[in-house]
Design a binder for this molecule. Structure first.
Ligand code: PEP
Ligand code: MG
Length: 882
């Protein structure tokens, strides 16, 4: 543990800081210092910042100020007094200060602030006579007592509110602003009494004492429950601490030539180039944000304070071009004079981010590279899916994992078949299941959205839904789904089949309300950002697609090929399943081959569809991966059928018994670690042979038909030993030779999804043309975490207790699983320098993971169609950052 040395400087005047000192001075402190430098000291009220290091030292010492802090604060205060020509607590012309938090990353409303500090029974009189405004002075004092009591000593807000109500009632007025000087004096007295009741002490009159208590309170607010929860959700480290900014107060509540407000350099919702914001005449900053009074639109300021408005508009432009980003500011006008209190990069929704990026380039404010880095690539999801309307009011029925983005609403159905039937009748439905399985896939197509009570982001429901662009909420564990009664109950409410339900898979919310949905908006601006991204990025972007529809959509979104076609879905369709079962049930190789021969034309047709859509681009086809039992009904289901057949003495008894035997035979304790992937290919080579035949024939057909044969990459899953791949390679080569097609462009490679494969990647590379990292299974096998279960079991607790800060299935675990990826990429290329490297796990669509894969030297990422645009932007950002 590093101790902070006692000669550490804990306090910096605003004139000493700059935007580069964000870690030390916090965002607010660094930006106020920067503004002071660029706008001049007259425009920014003076002050000083107590560093985040001081807060960290305070926390480490068990809520005790580090040595030397008091002295440094006193000295900085002395300089501030000299600069302003006023003294804190002076009974003639007092200096008043605000004491505000300011962490490295903004945590809006989570940390504490005290305004008007320095007022006491004497200085309030000084302020009144100096300003000639007694009402203003007493209004400021009552605000201070109220805020100090609440923030520094925990005086409950409702007691304060009750006192205000009582005072207004006594005075016979409705609004705070109607209270007279005497009313305000009486109100201040009430607040002081409440303070004394609560703390057992008189309200502190010594301004130095007020200041040190306020600084302490801001430090303490860092570890308050609100802030801790906010940091957990936003993944902000607890160790950072907050800075404290002590700044000369300026007053927006000095009458009609004064105001306070917030202003954005551009519209913060749409990104349009017109500044936006709110202001309130004769008010302090907290009135604007608290909603006590309704603020006016900033454009109206032009009529009432034209000069200050003009200056503000000019400053907003100046700040924007200095920071090279859209700004979010706070300002105060005190008797006609404009002061800027803070500025920061504006948080904005995706459409505003895109609009700003494009306009900023057109205006010559930013280069394309700079513009692209101002966009949060992950947020672009919102532009590709319907969402709940921005201002929609609804009651949340249940929460679950945000498994696949977008919003949907429709009638509840409980089975895939019902979803298909409803779609045929033109009804919109949401498929509600405890969890989903491979043969529910048709239901995904038919439904508008999917809701499950089990599973997480890596569950079957989530994967399939993301791949198809269906919104999904998974693992909504409060739902009790009764499939036989066709009802779902949650916290005392029971919904039945046909009832309306709405889900938002971007935020994991379920509601019964008929919420308005807003359609996505891929506009010209977004297209331009994507074009620039393509000019800049070095990583290729492919898609995971199993159907021509997915492939088509992905190409429209800019995919440069297919990085993963999971062929299992081709065995699932209604017309294939019986043949697939026949194949699995076959007792001899001959029977199996017969069943496979019947499946072949179907597979060939599927591949043709894909190849046509991809028109000559690379298509990576993964041969069958899941354990065979997934294609058979469950043990219990067949056992019940056998029982029924025995009782009813039906003819199919023998057949059913055979199925039960086979199901038992294929059952495994750990199917994910069982007979799947390449192991199937070694046990039953005829399955893979049929797939390769279908691929080769489809490629030839499409080549002849369109003149654009695909670049085929045959991919073998779950390889751990180089010999496994060597055997499969021989098989592929022998099928190709049999098919006699010399001209076909075809390579053979493997998924790298087991730790052993990473360690022996050099040996595997000898027999591979390419690697594609299957980071879903690699995460599962490296961590020993079940990808289908963790999010619903221990992961939330792991996040809460900070074992991990997010799901490793969402963002690659860089030091662990990521290290395996780097190792395999490195040793693989040592053995074969032109080895092609890609990634097709879910991480291929996650911006943070994409940056990592770019650094690891991969050639491309492959992700679900709807994440392709995000991946293009994230890949450009990775190239810019490197
Ligand atoms: C993987 O494991 O990362 C992968 C892409 O394959 P699947 O998700 O189909 O197991
Ligand atoms: Mg896998």
């Amino acid at each position: 543990m590093t101790e902070v040395a006692s000669d550490t400087k804990y306090v910096y005047d605003f004139s000493e800081g700059s935007r580069d000192m964000r870690d030390l001075l916090g965002g607010k402190g660094a930006n106020v210092a920067e503004m002071t430098r660029i706008l001049g000291a007259e425009r920014v009220p003076a002050g000083f910042t107590i560093t985040t290091e001081a807060c960290v030292a305070y926390m480490k010492a068990g809520q005790k100020e580090p040595e030397g802090l008091d002295r440094e604060v006193a000295e900085a205060l002395g300089r501030l007094e000299e600069h302003t020509g006023k003294r804190l607590g002076d009974s003639g012309d007092p200096l008043l200060v605000s004491v505000r938090s300011g962490a490295r990353e903004s945590m809006p409303g989570m940390l504490d602030t005290v305004l008007n500090l320095g007022l006491n029974d004497e200085s309030v009189e000084g302020l009144a006579s100096k300003t000639g405004n007694e009402r203003f002075a007493w209004d400021s004092y009552r605000r201070f007592v109220q805020m100090f009591g609440n923030v520094c000593r925990g005086v409950p807000g409702d007691q304060i509110e009750d006192a205000i109500k009582a005072q207004k009632k006594e005075a016979g007025v409705k609004d705070d602003t109607e209270l007279s000087v005497d009313d305000l004096k009486a109100l201040t007295g009430r607040f002081k009494d409440i303070y004394q009741d609560k703390t057992g002490e008189e309200f502190p009159q010594d301004p130095q004492e007020q200041l040190s208590q306020a600084i302490r309170a801001v430090f303490d607010s860092w570890t308050g429950p609100r802030a801790v929860e906010y940091r957990r959700i936003n993944r902000i480290p607890d160790e950072w601490g907050t800075a404290v900014n002590v700044q000369q107060m300026v007053f927006g509540n000095k009458g009609d030539s004064s105001c306070s407000g917030v202003a954005f350099s551009r519209d913060e919702v749409t990104g349009e180039p017109e500044p936006s914001g709110d202001f309130l005449i004769n008010a302090q900053g907290e009135d604007v944000v608290s909603g006590v009074r309704t603020p006016k639109d900033i454009s109206e300021m032009r009529d009432v304070m034209p000069e200050a408005h003009g200056e503000l508009m000019k400053i907003l432009r100046e700040l924007e071009s200095h920071y090279k980003d859209m700004q979010d500011t706070e300002f105060t006008v005190e008797e006609g004079r404009l002061y800027m209190l803070q500025t920061r990069d504006a948080k904005r929704p995706a459409q505003a981010a895109v609009r700003f990026a494009v306009d900023a380039v057109d205006e010559g404010l930013l280069t394309k590279e700079e513009a692209i880095t101002t966009i949060d690539a992950g947020s672009l999801d919102a532009l590709l899916h319907p969402t709940f309307a921005h201002d929609a009011q609804y009651e949340c029925l249940a929460k679950g994992v945000a498994a696949s983005p977008g919003a949907a609403k429709g009638e509840i159905v409980f089975t895939a078949d019902d979803a298909v039937a409803a779609k045929d009748q033109g009804r919109d439905v949401i498929l509600v299941r405890p969890f989903t399985e491979a043969d529910d896939v048709a239901g995904f197509f038919a439904a508008k959205g999917v809701l499950t009570s089990e599973g997480g982001k890596a569950s079957h429901a989530a994967l399939v839904a993301r791949g198809m662009g269906r919104p999904a909420v998974a693992g909504a564990s409060d739902l009790e789904i009764d499939l036989s009664a066709k009802t779902v109950s949650v916290n005392g409410t029971t919904l039945k089949e046909g009832d309306l339900i709405a889900i938002d898979g971007s935020i994991g919310v379920v509601t019964q309300d008929d919420v308005e949905l807003v359609e996505p908006d891929i506009n010209e601006n977004f297209e331009r950002v994507l074009e620039w991204s393509d000019e800049i990025r070095r990583l290729g972007v492919r898609t995971n697609a199993d159907t021509p529809e997915d492939a088509k959509r992905a190409r429209a979104y800019g995919a440069e090929g297919i990085g993963l076609c999971r062929t299992e879905h081709m065995f699932m369709a209604q017309d294939r399943q019986p043949k697939m079962r026949e194949m699995i049930m076959a007792e001899s190789e001959e029977d199996r081959r017969k069943a496979l021969a019947e499946l072949l034309p179907h597979q060939q047709e599927d591949f043709e569809g894909l190849f046509e859509e991809m028109a000559g681009l690379p298509v990576t086809i993964r041969l069958l991966d899941p354990p065979l039992h997934e294609f058979l009904p469950g043990v219990e289901e067949v056992a019940q059928d056998v029982e029924r057949a025995r009782i009813e003495r039906t003819e199919d008894l023998e057949e059913l018994e055979r199925t039960l035997d086979r199901v038992h035979h294929l059952a495994e304790t750990n199917p994910m670690l069982g007979t799947r992937g390449v192991r199937l290919g070694i046990l039953h080579p005829e399955i893979y042979e049929m797939q390769v035949e279908a691929i080769v024939r489809a490629a030839r057909t499409v080549g002849e038909r369109t003149g654009k044969p695909p670049k085929i990459e045959i991919m073998i899953p779950l390889v751990a030993y180089e010999r496994e791949l060597a055997l499969m390679r021989e098989m592929v080569e022998s099928v190709c030779a049999q098919e006699g097609d010399e001209s076909l462009e075809l390579t053979v490679g493997t998924m790298i999804e087991l730790p052993r494969a990473c360690f022996v990647a050099d040996r595997i590379a000898e027999v591979a043309d390419f690697f594609s990292f299957g980071t879903n299974d690699l995460t599962q096998t490296a961590l020993g975490f079940s990808r289908d279960d963790v999010e619903g079991s221990f992961l939330p607790r792991y996040i809460e207790t900070k074992v991990v800060d997010r799901s490793p299935f969402e963002t690659i675990d860089q030091p662990g699983v990521g290290w395996l990826v780097r190792l395999a990429a490195w040793v693989g290329r040592e053995a074969k320098p032109d080895l092609q490297l890609g990634i097709c796990g879910e991480h291929g669509g996650d911006p943070e993971s994409i940056a990592f894969f770019a650094l690891a030297g991969l050639d491309y990422v492959s992700c679900s169609p709807f994440r392709v645009p995000i991946a293009r932007v994230a890949a450009a950002q990775a190239a810019i950052d490197s």
